[in-house]
Every structure is written in C-alpha cells, then in structure tokens.
Design a protein. Structure first.
Length: 134
C-alpha cells in the first residue's frame, strides 16, 4: 500500500512539474525573433499581420481533438497554418517545439504567443481576432 501511494505522489508531482516547465518555456519564447524560417513559410507568414501556426502530429490524441476545431477556424481565418511535425521535423526544431499540439502566434518573424496543449475555441478566436495584448 505504501509503495502505491508513494508512486502515485511521485507521478503527480512529475506531471505537475512538467506542466509548469512547458508553461515557463512558452513564457520565455514570447518576443523571440525566428530568423531561419524557410522562405516558403516566411511568405505565408508575411501575408498577414499575425499568423497562427498549429503544430500537430497525426497520432497525438490531443491533436485529434484540436484538428476539427482548427479546421473550422481556418475556414474563417486565412492566417492559420497547420504544420504536421512528422513531415516538417526541421520546422519543429527551428521553433523549439517540445510537444503537440502547439500553438504559435507570429507577428511577422516574432513570437507573440507560444502554448502547448489543447486550447479552447474562444481563446483561439481571441488570438486570431485581436492578437495577444501582453
């Protein structure tokens, strides 16, 4: 019984620590300029004042939850770019993607928001309509 309790506590602590780590990484990426964006992606990003990059992998269960939402939003907002990390591993390295799904809001070549995990539709709409103010 004690082993199970300790193992559960360790698992929960590690899970929470990982979540805090991922949030911290996202916070420190705000304002970072990405200089080595491939030319074809850079042209797509520069078409709009702000562009939302959605990094995903096909087998990720959280990504499968977000894919229909991103699909609906991309019909209304032309500034969404979906990037499959199995096909675009170099882009994942350039942007420092550690997990999927990841949302990156770019203002030209500068990161304005970086978040890992599932996001609600209302939050994504606010990013796309107004950008991020902080």
């Amino acid at each position: 019984m004690d082993f199970f309790l300790y193992a559960t506590i360790i698992f929960v602590v590690l899970f929470v620590a990982f979540q805090v780590y991922m949030q911290t990484i996202g916070h420190f990426k705000k304002g970072k300029k990405i200089s080595n964006i491939p030319p074809d992606l850079l042209r797509k990003i520069e078409r709009h004042p702000q562009t939302l990059l959605y990094f995903y992998t096909p087998k990720c269960s959280a990504c499968r939850t977000m894919n229909p939402l991103i699909g609906r939003l991309s019909q209304k907002f032309p500034n969404i770019i979906k990037i499959d990390l199995l096909e675009e591993t170099e882009l994942g390295r350039i942007f420092g993607i550690l997990g999927t799904p990841t949302i990156v809001l770019m203002e030209r070549t500068t990161i304005r928001y970086f978040g890992v995990g599932v996001r609600k539709e209302a939050f994504l709409r606010s990013l796309l309509q107004k950008g991020i103010s902080s």
